[in-house]
Design a protein around this ligand. Structure first.
Ligand code: NAD
Length: 495
């Protein structure tokens, strides 16, 4: 691992790509407009980035459609597409330090997380999906003797992917790998808060052999570039990761335009439930801290609601407060930093508002609290744990997306399940117990797409990632992710 000064040096030496990537070329936005991309730890402007709108979306959709119809990618054999995507994974590996430092400077997360989580996961996602694509078979239906019923998977055409700022490279990768592997053309709109790493990724994709027009990247705001993509009649599938609020708007845009399919990976307010038969309280407490403070709590699966069985509450809180003290905010480029800066001032204000509302509602701040913002010094919040939390309180119900943990308590299993399910989201859940039957019972009853037993956040490219209820509908990763980017074609042949 590089030292802090080596990371700083690398960051200073980078020439950030800041233009739209359309048809294999960087170009300014049609309007000439730009927006600043800011380093949240220092508030310095890293780059003025092309701000795309309808005109750029039209250009990108035309390029993407033309490439798709020409068959330069869509009609390549799966084995050929696999080879190109494996080359892209190799290029990401070669440029991993550059990609890591770009996301760290662009959105404020610690470099150690970039190096240990985002980069290996993103590279593996490309490799695993590329390796899978020439192993996906069609089917022959069990029809009668005088017919042959063929069922095959076809690429959908033009995919628009709209992604958030919290894992800029990784969230983009989870869409790009399956969409490209399946033979589609893709237009990616990254968040305006962290657009830089995927612009470099697009360039590497061309170097790997992705033909022009097959991968386009349009930086820009949600209400301009994002909305124009979502309303576009030339887009066949919209794959989104972001808030449930915007996810709902995208469904409306699809309804107002061409009924494009909309896949949503949306928000969360995941519970962690710890039963008194959990023997490893230390480990559970350390995991509870990691589950809310890693990536500054800006994690869709952050366990922001902790429910403790009453008899272990005090012992658990002592261990939790100790574990939380390791997450004080620091320079994201320092490899020892475990918590970086929030992405921007708006996010800092949102987090402050929720901490204030918790205090107004009568909850008790056990550590951390309202941040003191010093202009020019970055957007930092202390790890904050708030006890006496009740499900009726706003900060327990709504997604905060910051390092703020609500702690409540329960008496028995039925109450734990009821508290965990009393929320509009259903993304992840963490359950701690030494009782195998209880682990199965509670996992089955909890309304969420993912459950971790005696852990949090576990998963790899083989496992689907996604939620239920207001957390969305689609699944990223695993073979199931490919289903989002293919249509079933049936051919009924009369013999
Ligand atoms: P957001 O919804 O504000 O923005 C997400 C993307 O949508 C951005 O690119 C944004 O520019 C775009 N957008 C905004 N308004 C739009 C509009 N009207 N039309 C089209 N596009 C629009 O979310 P965010 O703040 O970037 O990210 C945080 C959210 O993402 C949290 O809710 C988090 O839980 C969620 N998230 C979910 C997952 C998951 O896998 N379920 C993973 C990561 C983040």
């Amino acid at each position: 691992m590089k030292t802090k000064s080596q990371w700083q040096e690398l960051g200073q030496s980078l020439n950030f790509r800041n233009l739209a990537y359309i048809n294999g070329r960087f170009q300014p936005s049609a309007s000439g407009e730009t927006f600043p991309s800011i380093n949240p730890a220092t508030e310095e402007v890293l780059a003025e980035v092309a701000s795309c709108d309808q005109a750029d979306v039209d250009l990108a959709v035309t390029a993407a459609r033309k490439a798709f119809q020409a068959g330069v990618w869509s009609r390549k054999s799966p084995a050929e597409r696999k080879a190109v995507l494996l080359r892209l994974a190799d290029l990401m590996e070669q440029h991993r330090d550059e990609l890591a430092v770009t996301d760290t400077m662009d959105m404020g997360k610690s470099i150690s997380e970039m190096v240990s989580i985002d980069l290996p996961d993103s590279i593996d996602c490309f490799r695993w999906t590329a390796e899978s694509i020439d192993k996906v078979y069609g089917e022959i239906a069990p029809t009668g003797n005088d017919t042959l019923g063929l069922i095959s998977h076809e690429p959908v055409g033009v995919v628009a992917a709209i992604t958030p700022w919290n894992y800029p490279l990784m969230m983009a990768t989870w869409k790009l790998a399956p969409a490209l592997a399946a033979g589609n053309s893709v237009i990616l709109k990254p968040s305006e808060k962290s657009p830089l790493s995927v612009l470099r990724l697009a360039e590497l994709a061309t170097e790997a052999g992705i033909p022009d027009g097959v991968l386009n990247v349009l930086p820009g705001y949600g209400h301009t570039a994002g909305k124009a993509l979502a309303l576009h009649h030339g887009v066949d599938v919209l794959a989104f990761t972001g808030s449930s609020r915007v996810g709902g708007m995208l469904m409306e845009y699809a309804g107002q335009s061409n009924l494009k399919k909309v896949w949503l990976e949306a928000g969360g307010k995941s519970p962690m439930v710890v039963f008194d038969d959990c023997s490893n309280i230390e480990k559970a407490a350390q995991t509870a801290a990691a589950a809310i403070f890693s990536n500054q709590g800006e994690v869709c699966i952050a366990c922001s609601r902790l429910y403790l069985q009453r008899s272990i509450k005090d012992r658990f809180l002592t261990a939790l407060l100790e574990a939380a003290s390791a997450y004080q905010g620091g320079d994201p480029l320092d490899p020892d930093t475990r918590m970086g800066a929030l992405v921007d001032k708006a996010q800092l204000d949102t987090v402050s508002r929720y901490i204030k509302s918790a205090m107004d509602d009568g909850a008790t701040v056990l550590t951390g609290g309202l941040p003191e913002y010093i202009p020019g010094r970055g957007f930092y919040v202390e790890p904050t744990i708030i006890g006496d939390a009740k499900n009726s309180m706003t900060f327990v119900q709504e997604e905060i997306f910051g390092p703020v943990l609500a702690v409540g308590e329960f008496d028995d299993e039925a109450e734990a399940i009821e508290l965990a399910n009393d929320n509009r989201y259903g993304l992840g859940a963490s359950v701690w117990t030494d009782n195998l039957s209880r682990a199965h019972r509670v996992s089955r009853e909890i309304q969420s797409g993912m459950v971790w037993v005696n852990g949090w956040g576990g998963g790899d490219s083989t496992m689907p990632f996604g939620g239920v209820k207001a957390s969305g509908n689609g699944r990223d990763k695993s073979l199931h992710s490919i289903e989002k980017y293919t249509d079933l074609k049936t051919v009924w042949i009369s013999l």
